[in-house]
Write a protein that binds this ligand. Structure first.
Ligand SMILES: [Zn+2]
Length: 395
């Protein structure tokens, strides 16, 4: 059997006036996804367990068959896994943003989208002046870096993009071990204030990196391998580090595609082509496309419709063709990880629609794929991680 999973990130939405009352999924041109729905089954699935935050990390854990309640430890460890950092079991990994704080206000969570090279010099400076046996900084891409911390630490932190324009006082780490973290943040501010890179950025009218901001912490999760659990070889195609990290942690291969940007201008065609080729080698191929989520954050229904149409045409279509060449020994599953409604501009935790077709999956009502038809079906998966088992084993 061959299996394909396509995740149009954040594609689920609400009816929009701009689309004459349709959702982007309903408005998009999706003959292939509609074929899957009409010849297979639609339903809804709760990918974000109640009480958990609706991040792609949590939701995609569910999609790949792992219960976030049992396995999710935080966002930063997944980024560490994506970058193959060696993290000890006694170490806590934090996301370490470079941010711009002016007069105690969080002005910019990205320090003007600082370039990786400049950021690397600042992180290097932190390693020279602040690191020790219990603290270490790892430079990453743009404003996104990591810090590891060894010691007693049970803190609550706040994502910097959630407090834009607000006072940082009261949003700094709290709890046991928070003093040490606050000291590191304070000391980074003193170090960065003097740094020549910031002098240059100010001259150019760019936001300086005035501080680090620590959040998204967790220990490395211990996930049983996918092959061990389901007896299948698998590969993922994604442009996003969180998904790369999850894939590595469960032993999936990663296939990198040139021009896969994680943005609306991504190389849909290249991703589809790579997925079709990977079907020769692997039992299961999972393609994740970030573009619809970005369009949702930007409150841009037209871009979202376009992104979904491109995914249908360049990713779902070719995969479906390839699978049909396997006779009846295949199954395909399409689902967003979570909704990113254009009107809300961020993720929500509502159940998402899914469509599934292939061997042994009988059509009940031949309807196109959208939020409404999925909700009207009688197939509702309450625990997202159970959907994988259904997809792989139902007869
Ligand atoms: Zn998002």
């Amino acid at each position: 059997m061959k299996y394909a999973i396509i995740i149009p990130d954040g594609a689920a939405d609400l009816p929009l006036e701009e689309l004459d009352g349709a959702t982007p999924l309903a408005a998009a041109e999706t003959p292939n996804i509609d074929w899957i729905a009409a010849n297979g089954r639609c339903g809804t699935v709760r990918t974000v367990p109640r009480g958990m935050h609706p991040g792609s990390d949590v939701a995609i854990l569910s999609v790949i068959g792992y219960d976030p309640k049992q396995y999710y430890t935080g966002r930063a460890p997944l980024e560490a896994a994506a970058r193959d950092l060696k993290i000890g079991p006694d170490e806590l990994v934090f996301r370490c943003n470079l941010v711009t704080i002016v007069d105690g206000i969080m002005e910019d969570y990205s320090a003007g989208h600082i370039a990786s090279e400049q950021a690397a010099s600042l992180i290097e400076e932190l390693n020279r002046l602040l690191a020790g046996p219990n603290v270490r900084f790892y430079s990453g891409v743009g404003y996104r870096h990591l810090m590891t911390f060894k010691g007693e630490c049970d803190v609550t932190t706040t994502p910097p993009h959630d407090i834009l324009g607000q006072r940082v006082q009261g949003r700094l780490p709290t709890g046991s071990g928070a003093d040490m973290l606050r000291t590191l943040i304070d000391r980074s501010q003193a170090i960065f204030a003097e740094h020549e890179i910031n002098a240059v950025r100010r001259d150019l009218g760019e936001n300086p990196a005035t501080s680090i901001w620590l959040w998204g912490q967790g220990k490395m999760p211990q996930l049983p391998s996918f092959a061990e659990r389901f007896g299948l070889s698998a590969a993922a195609i994604t442009a996003v580090d969180l998904v790369r990290g999850l894939a590595k942690l469960i032993g999936w291969s990663l296939i990198e595609v040139e021009g896969a940007t994680g943005y609306i201008d991504t190389n849909y065609f290249g991703k589809g082509l790579a997925a079709v080729e990977a079907m020769d080698e692997y039992d299961l191929v999972c393609v994740h496309v970030e573009a619809p989520d970005e369009a949702g954050h930007n409150a841009d229904p037209d871009a979202k419709v376009k992104a979904i149409s491109q995914i249908d045409r360049h990713v779902v279509g070719p995969l479906l063709e390839r699978l049909k060449g396997e006779g009846d020994q295949w199954r395909i599953l399409v689902l967003p990880d979570h909704p990113t409604p254009c009107r809300v501009r961020t993720h929500t935790a509502e159940p998402v629609p899914f469509a599934i077709a292939g061997a042994g999956i009988e059509s009940v009502v031949a309807e196109p794929f959208n939020e409404e038809t999925a909700a009207a079906s009688d197939l509702h998966v309450a625990r997202g991680c159970d959907l994988m088992e259904y997809f792989l084993t139902v007869r």
